[in-house]
Design a protein around this ligand. Sequence first.
Ligand SMILES: [Zn+2]
Ligand SMILES: [Zn+2]
Length: 314
Amino acid sequence: MDALPVTEETGLPFSSKVKGVMHACGHDSHVAMLLGAAKIIAKHRKDLKQNVKFLFQPAEEDGGDGGALPMIRDGALEDPHVDHVFGIHVMSNSPSGTVAIRSGPIMAAPDLFKIDIIGKGGHGSEPNEAIDPIFIGAQVINAIYGIRARFMNQVNPLVISVCMVSSGTKDNIIPEKMHMEGTIRTLDETMRAEVKKKMGEVVPKVIESFGAKGSISFKENAYPVTYNDPASTEKVKDILKMIPGLKIIDIGPIMGGEDVSRFMEKAPGTYYFLGTRNEQKNLTYPNHSSKFAADEDILKYGALSHVLIAFNFP
Ligand SMILES: [Zn+2]
Ligand SMILES: [Zn+2]
């Protein structure tokens, strides 16, 4: 489930058999925990007071179109209707035996933007005869970072990062075009709309003011904010306290994005992280590293948390 294009170097006996592909984000452990929970819940199903569905969410790593949306379209949240959604992700920077949780926004909405600048190519020695898209691109990057610093509410988290820039072929040729892409992370829909509006106004003006043509576009239908419903989250925290040996840590929001937000937009619920870092076992590599491995001792906590929620929520 949801492997990444990374060649595994964990040396584990259950290492990936497919070269160049591995479970570098721990989605194999998510499957194991939910299957474990399903086994226990099925065994005690006569004691259940409500229906329980198991959502194995694929393609979280897909970055935009994800797996939750097609599952919802295919009816995963209907018949019987789903009222609450709960989910887990393993987290390498929290110690094994901890669960990291928060009420309200826990992960950001990740918006993708693309900018194209079309200038006029020429000789590197005669920039005055050309319209240099690289110079203009530099002004655009400054302007974008200035939007965060000078136009947005400073107490509301916002990340804008230009992460990809491409232009040019040779040291003495001014190219005709420049292309860049980046990400915007916000924790509420007002800020999200505001920053995109401002970027849409400023970027084309900066490009045009230097004589080039250009455009900015945003990926439509990017993931929403992953929002932990406060009432559900308080109940989940109480339920998690029933697990001996598990420590609950209240965390701040994370500016990463999560496809599970699609489910939680439809049904309130709680998403939490299971710490998997274990220095004694040398399990310290971050998610997405070729040496990432989850501490298997956490699987019982994850599976048990699913089981306890199924039987005790609300
Ligand atoms: Zn990942
Ligand atoms: Zn992941």
